[in-house]
Design a protein around this ligand. Structure first.
Ligand SMILES: NC(=O)c1ccc[n+]([C@@H]2O[C@H](COP(=O)([O-])OP(=O)(O)OC[C@H]3O[C@@H](n4cnc5c(N)ncnc54)[C@H](O)[C@@H]3O)[C@@H](O)[C@H]2O)c1
Length: 352
């Protein structure tokens, strides 16, 4: 049984603590929690009968922990992960892993040095329809890839941004691209392959925040395919869509719904036996936009640790999204097309 401790007891910690505290993850249990706002840690600790702390070092020194999960605001993930690495335990960190490429590199280096495995949460990769799409891609059913599109049309009212002072700031969060759409950007690159360059525009349409609430980008992939990114939290009056479309010379798939949870289109030139029932069989209805993926994600982590298997989203894989997000922001700020595999010259994200 792996003992899992949580650092940060805010909104997303509810999902993590329920999964681990209510024995939803075979082979893992909630061992301890901490938050600098002690009351938040005590509330979760009381609900699941586990020790609660106001300081992560005290928790790590006193408790028997196998995996520690970082659920703090995005801008402090790097500082927290680097501090926790010295305990030599495996570390899971919520998305986005960091806000700058330098920070992502320092996290990877600290974990390597202390022999901790680093797991980045990209739970949408484990959505039932997304797994099905990935299998079709790996089986070569699309042939040459032509076009990949992701769309995030979600609703975040001002009250969402106002609940914590880190939300929507350049130093700690960024906008819809680095926060909500980071899942979809990861899916786009995972499905379509490495990116050559991006060109983007953004605006802050409705929210009163430093960063953008609405952005569009065009993408050129190394394999010659093109892509479109459309992301907004200014959709009204309600969440409409979180989707990915993959179009190839031999087939087209659209996974939509509000949380990349429903197969909307599944057509291939060379039909296979189960193609007809795919729409029904591989669509799910999650309770919210986080989807069901956190459960499948934890099951993946437990399997990796117990069997020593491959980690689907390790530090280097998580770093790819940070590079893409930084390049998109650099394009927005400079008005230029930006080539990837670059060193950022200008990008406000992650800077105080
Ligand atoms: N995977 C997903 O779908 C998903 C969904 C929501 C949030 N997230 C990510 O989770 C992270 C947290 O988001 P949230 O909405 O829960 O934020 P939140 O502000 O509600 O919670 C963060 C908590 O961390 C605590 N904290 C800050 N510094 C700390 C420290 N040094 N030690 C211990 N606790 C500390 C804060 O007091 C706060 O309670 C963000 O990076 C966000 O992007 C991911």
């Amino acid at each position: 049984m792996l003992n899992i401790a949580l650092v940060g007891c805010g909104r997303i910690a509810k999902r993590h603590s329920e999964l681990l505290g209510l024995n939803q993850i075979k082979g893992a249990r909630l061992a301890a929690v901490c938050d600098t706002i002690q009351e938040k840690a005590f509330n979760i600790g009381k609900n699941f009968n586990v020790p609660a702390y106001g300081d992560m070092d005290e928790m790590m020194k006193k408790e028997k922990v196998d995996i520690v999960v970082v659920l703090t605001p995005s801008g402090v993930h790097a500082k927290n992960v680097i501090n926790l690495a010295k305990y030599g335990k495996d570390i899971i960190v919520e998305k986005p892993m960091a806000l700058t490429i330098d920070n992502a590199d320092s996290m990877i280096a600290a974990c390597d040095k202390n022999k901790c495995r680093l797991f980045i949460i990209k739970q949408n990769r484990f959505n039932v329809p997304v797994v099905k799409l990935r299998k079709a891609l790996e089986a070569g059913r699309f042939g040459k890839l032509v076009l990949g599109t992701v769309r995030v049309r979600w609703t975040r009212h001002q009250a969402y941004y106002d609940q914590d002072n880190w939300r929507g700031t350049w130093a700690m969060d960024g906008g819809v691209l680095s926060n909500q759409a980071s899942h979809h950007l990861d899916l786009l690159e995972w499905m379509m392959g490495d990116i050559e360059s991006v060109f983007a525009k953004a605006t802050t349409a409705l929210a009163e925040i430093e960063a953008e609430d609405t952005a569009v980008a065009t993408v050129k992939f190394k394999n010659g395919a093109l892509g479109i990114i459309e992301a907004t939290t200014a959709t009204r009056p309600t969440d409409l869509e979180g989707s990915i479309s993959v179009l190839g010379e031999q087939g087209s798939v659209v996974v939509g719904g509000v949380a990349v949870n429903k197969i909307k289109t599944w057509i291939f030139e060379n039909e296979e036996q189960d193609d007809e029932e795919v729409l029904e069989k591989y669509s799910v209805n999650p309770p919210n936009v986080y989807g069901f993926g956190h459960q499948a994600y934890y099951e993946h982590v437990v399997k990796c640790i117990v069997d020593g298997g491959p980690n689907l989203v390790d530090g280097l894989e998580g770093r790819k999204s940070i590079e893409l997000i930084s390049a998109i922001y650099e394009s927005i700020e400079t008005g230029k097309e930006i080539a990837l595999r670059f060193l950022p010259k200008k990008c406000k994200l992650g800077q105080a």
